[in-house]
Structures are given as C-alpha cells and as structure tokens.
Ligand binder design. Structure first.
Ligand code: 4NP
Length: 154
C-alpha cells in the first residue's frame, strides 16, 4: 500500500481537489486498492471546515464527489504515516519539512514530476477553479505515471 498525502495551505481547495482527483484517477486505472490517499493543510485556520463550495463544484463538474471531507492540519506524525507528501507550492514544501522534521515521506511539489515544474496558483485568490483543477489533474497523472513506471502499483 502506497500512502499519499496532498498538502496546501487551508485544506479546503487545492489539496482536497488533489485527494479526490487522485482517488478517481486511481480507480480509473484499476489501482485504487494499491493507494491510501488523504489531504491536509499547513495552516489550522480552516480546521473542521468542508471543501470550499467552488472547489466542490469544480470536482462535481468532473463527476467527482468530496462529501464528508473536513479540513485538518498537517502534523508531525504525518511525516511517518505517509510515503509521499505532495504539496501545491514550494512554501508548503518548506512548511511541511518544518512541521515534519524527521519525515520518512518524500516531500515534494505535485508538479515537480511534470515537464514544467511549478507551483499551483491559489484559486482562493485567482478565483480560477478550472485552472486549478487542470493543473492538479496534470500533477496527479504525472505522479501516478511515475509510480507505474517505477513498478510500485503492482
Ligand atoms: P487552499 O486555499 O490552500 O488551496 O485550501 C486557501 C484557503 C483559504 C485561504 C487561502 C487559501 N485563506 O486565506 O483563508
């Protein structure tokens, strides 16, 4: 079982989108049983809140549900509970390494495995949830391609 944690700032927009896109993509590839997937935020400000409605609506457009998800803050133990911590921005990588100083997990940006490594812009500010969805889906595909290439999905 490969354990994957998506991380953003609030855990109400980008990282839940990563979590639920990855669950859907893993199911589509027939490898859902090989992966355990969650998400968390570097900040605790949104703790307990549901996925932000525009992010939820964008997922729904693609037939993906995210009901029941509540925001939670990244904690030190996550560094050992997960194999990969996939962050939306470089500043989340730095924060995750600070919160999880002895992490066993590989802590990287979600788009680091793509042809154009970069941050994923915060849709809280850009209001472009379709662009966020497209970039997150690109990163999820690249990540699952990498696991398949490395023979980690069976
Ligand atoms: P997220 O988006 O990090 O993708 O969940 C944000 C959510 C809330 C805030 C910023 C970004 N905020 O400033 O409250």
């Amino acid at each position: 079982m490969i354990r994957v944690l998506f991380v953003c700032l609030g855990n109400i927009c980008r990282s839940p989108m990563g979590e639920f896109i990855c669950k859907a993509e893993a199911a589509a590839r027939g490898v859902a049983d090989r992966l355990y997937i969650e998400s968390a935020g570097t900040s605790g400000e949104e703790e307990g809140n549901p996925v932000y409605p525009p992010a939820r609506a964008e997922l729904a457009k693609h037939g993906i549900a995210c009901g029941g998800k509540r925001a939670r803050q990244l904690c030190r133990e996550d560094g050992d509970r997960f194999d990969y911590i996939l962050c939306m921005e470089e500043r989340h990588v730095l924060a995750a390494r600070r919160i999880c100083p002895s992490a066993r997990a590989e802590i990287v940006r979600l788009l680091d495995d793509t042809a154009c490594p970069r941050d994923i812009a915060d849709p809280w500010w850009t209001r472009d949830f379709a662009a966020a969805y497209a970039e997150i889906a690109e990163g999820v595909s690249a990540f699952l391609d990498r696991l398949e290439r490395e023979g980690k999905l069976g």
